[in-house]
Design a protein around this ligand. Structure first.
Ligand SMILES: *Cc1c(COP(=O)(O)O)cnc(C)c1O
Length: 495
């Protein structure tokens, strides 16, 4: 009997992994989660000998049980190939006394590549398995990095179309250029007059509009999502927590079986939730340090048990974490709930009242998590500190993860080794990174700073950057969040 999935909102049960991947979001508005957590059935010693690809197979086969070994290995091999600039895929590097798990070695130089290079393959395999004849239309809201990674993954994939919505003034110039220069006849990129949450809400509204979905179905289309709410994105992220743990063992930094903390720069709560899943299935992780920027809704929640989205949205130097509705938190809420309608009720309150409060028994099950935040000024100082001390240039997101770890250490004196998750190449955020080093860079623009960054850091300019410098702009559409359905229809030529 294969592992089945259910909705966090308790309205949908008994769904296969394939079906969950194709659908993206459950029809009751919830997120798909395993009906029961699987357990890793191999020892750490056995796993330590594996390549990234073989490890990915061991982890993913626990969750995607209706895929054959051949199918899953094909997806893994197609995803983690020369698109990554290192054979290791996700190397852990030691920098002075600190450890960084670098997740930015893929095609679009941010951690989203870890999941989005495999999602198209999982999705097309899954669509075939569940007998979908319609074209799959991927709708994605992005805070900057998901959009490009999804576009790169789905461009020219037969049987798919992809529409990406980004906040038109809420992404970095390099992020924007990466998206608007995207090639592929099946791609469509639209700027939203609003922030990421507006874009994400717009996409969620389209998914739950049954009449709209019906109309698309009749004209040959099936909607799906490449956002981190898709279980097809979450599980590939579990792999690198195993990989970094085993790398730390191989490097002689920890003994097999000892705890390891991770500090994760967090926005939509996807990356850190993958760490939680890794721990749940048997990886001996210690604290899961949830690092926020000035949009510190998760910090406040972990402190008080109250999730309150009614606050000002702050545009920061770590735009991929500028999020007030962390969608994947719903999966954690469900995991610590009594599995009745509790999650559904709380999410209902979030929509109707803008906030909810969890119970004490729920809070008591969340002690794995530690939350803190770093302000923009602090983030600048951390970038400078690490560069001057260790010669390692962090992007602002990674710097939030680093800084929150330092705060955690000061506050708790916990000596457990900790891996800081590095989620983007500094080349994606040249202005905020370079202006942290010296004020002379503040007046220069993102593109001029590419060469300067190369000069001071000696880090090779990634292929992804060369690419955007040479490519013409292909996407100019802008709309309001109300106009999103019309924008989708027009692109698909649906009347
Ligand atoms: C998406 C993103 C994050 C936040 O990850 P979540 O899974 O949404 O918590 C952090 N840093 C970078 C660079 C990102 O692209």
């Amino acid at each position: 009997m294969s592992l089945l999935y259910k909705s966090t909102r308790n309205g949908v049960h008994g769904v296969s992994a394939s079906e969950a991947i194709v659908k993206g979001l459950a029809s009751d508005g919830g997120l798909f989660i395993p009906e029961a957590m699987p357990k890793m059935d191999k020892s750490l010693e056995a796993l330590a000998k594996l390549s990234y690809h073989d490890l990915a197979y061991e982890v993913m086969s626990l969750f995607y049980q209706d895929f054959t070994e051949e199918e899953l290995r094909k997806c893994i091999d197609a995803a983690y190939d020369e698109k990554f600039d290192t054979k290791e895929v996700a190397p852990t590097v030691k920098v002075g006394d600190h450890y960084f798990l670098e997740l930015f070695h893929g095609a679009t130089i941010a951690f989203k590549d870890m999941a989005l290079s495999i999602l198209p393959h999982l999705m097309m395999t899954a669509a075939k398995k569940v007998g979908i004849k319609n074209d799959v239309v991927i709708l994605t809201a992005t805070s900057g990095d998901t959009g490009k990674a999804a576009l790169a993954g789905f461009a020219d994939v037969e049987g798919t179309k992809i529409v990406v919505f980004y906040p038109k003034d809420g992404v970095s110039p390099v992020q924007k250029k990466q998206m608007v220069t995207q090639v592929g006849d099946n791609t469509h990129v639209v700027g939203i007059e609003g922030n990421f949450d507006d874009a994400q809400n717009g996409v969620k509204a389209i998914f739950s509009d049954e009449a709209f979905n019906q109309q698309l179905q009749e004209q040959g289309y099936q909607l799906s999502s490449a956002n981190s709410i898709n279980i097809g994105r979450l599980i590939p992220q579990v792999v690198y927590y195993f990989y970094t743990y085993l790398s730390m063992v191989r490097m002689g930094e920890i003994e097999s079986g000892q705890p390891l903390n991770v500090s994760v720069p967090t926005g939509n709560f996807g990356n850190i939730l993958a760490a939680y899943y890794a721990k749940e299935i048997g990886l001996p992780l210690g604290k899961l340090i949830c690092a926020s920027n000035d949009n510190k809704v998760l910090f406040d929640f972990l402190q008080s048990g109250v999730y309150d989205k009614e606050r000002d949205f702050i545009l920061t130097t770590s735009p991929s974490m500028d999020i007030l509705i962390s969608s994947n938190l719903e999966r954690l809420i469900c995991a610590v709930s009594d599995h009745s309608d509790q999650t559904n009720d709380l999410m209902g309150q979030l929509t109707s009242q803008g906030q909810y409060e969890i119970t004490d028994p729920m809070k008591a099950q969340m002690t794995d998590f530690y939350g803190q935040y770093a302000t923009q000024d602090e983030t600048k100082a951390y970038i400078q500190e690490v560069f001057e001390r260790d010669g390692y240039l962090m992007d602002p997101h990674t710097a939030v993860g680093y800084g929150v770890y330092k705060k955690y250490q000061r506050e708790t004196d916990d000596q457990t080794k900790t891996v800081i998750v590095s989620t983007a190449s500094p080349y994606k955020f040249t202005h905020s990174t370079m202006s942290s080093l010296a004020s002379q860079y503040a007046d220069m623009d993102d593109f001029d700073l590419i060469d300067e960054m190369h000069k001071v850091s000696n880090v090779t300019i990634p292929e992804a950057i060369h690419e955007i410098l040479e490519s013409p702009i292909r996407h100019r559409a802008i709309c309001t969040s109300d106009e999103m359905p019309a924008e989708v229809k027009a692109f698909l030529n649906v009347k």
